[in-house]
Design a protein around this ligand. Sequence first.
Ligand code: AMP
Length: 303
Amino acid sequence: MSLLVTGTIGIDTVETPTGRAERVLGGSCAYFAAAASFHAPVRVVAAVGGDWPKEHRAILQRFKNVDLSGLEVRPGSKTFAWGGKYFDNMNDRESLFTHLGVVEENPPRIPSEYKDSQWIFLANTHPSVQLQLLQHFPNRKFAVADTMDLWIKIARDELLQLLKHVDGVVLNYSEAEQLTGVRNAVTACKKILDFGPTFAVNKKGEHGAILVHREGVATMPAYPAELHQVVDPTGAGDSFAGGMMGYLASLGRVDFQALQTSLAWGTVTASFTIESFGLDRLAQISRADIDGRMRLFQAAARV
Ligand code: AMP
C-alpha cells in the first residue's frame, strides 16, 4: 500500500477576516502528506530551496508516517511561496502572490526505493511536472491528480494531456466550471470524465463534495463546523485528498463504494486542518481524534 505524493512544499502567508499568519508551512504536498499519514504511510517527493525554514522540517517530522527521504533541498533555489486572502464567507479567496521558485525548475528527483509506489497522488503543481513525475511509476495501481485555477488558465493543454493518464481528479466547483464551461457540478464532472479519468471529485467547500464515477454519482455533506472552528481553510482541499487517498491505500480497494466511503474520511480529516493556520492542528491530533469525529459525522450525516 505504498502511497506517494508529489507537489509543492510552500511558505504561505495567509490573511483571513479574523487573523493573519506570516510564512507558515504550507503547500499542497505538505497538507496532503500530513493528512494521509493518519491512515497510511506516505512518501513525499518535493523540492524546496535553501531558504526553507528548519522549523518547517521539524513540523513535518512530527508526523510519524511521513517519509521525507524524497524531499530534495536545492541550496541555490527559492522555495515555492504563496500568499492568499480569504473573503468574509471564509470560502472564497484570492491569491495575492505566487512565487514559483523551485516549481519552475526540473521536477524533484525520485529516490530509486520509491519506484515501486502503487498509489500516486499528484498534488497541485504545474501539470507538465505532474505528468513527468507520473511516468516514473508505470506499475502504479491508482493515480489521482489535483489542480488549480492558475494551471487551468496558463497550462490548459498540459492539464488535458495529464487527464488522459490518471484514474481520477479532484478539483473545486469553480475550477470544474473554468475547465468545462459548465456551472453544474455533476454535469461538469461528467464532461471531465470525457477527458480520460474514471472519476472526478468536485469539492464545494462548506457545501460538501460530489463524486462522479463511471459507475455512479455519490454526494457527501461537509462536516458541520461552527464559526469559531474555522480559522483558516487553506489546505482543506489537499487534506481532503490526503484523508481520501490514505484511506483507499489502507483498504487496498478503488471501486465506487470504496471511493464513496473515502469521501467521508477526507471530509473528517480536513475538518481538523481548518481549525488552525498551517499544519498546527493536524500536528496536535491523533488517529483517535479522527475516529471520534468520524462517529459524530456519521450520526450527523445519516440518511
Ligand atoms: P488548498 O487550500 O487545499 O487549495 O491548498 C492551498 C495550498 O496550496 C497552500 O498551502 C499553497 O501553498 C498551495 N498552493 C497555492 N497555489 C498553488 C499553485 N499554483 N500550485 C501548487 N500549490 C499551490
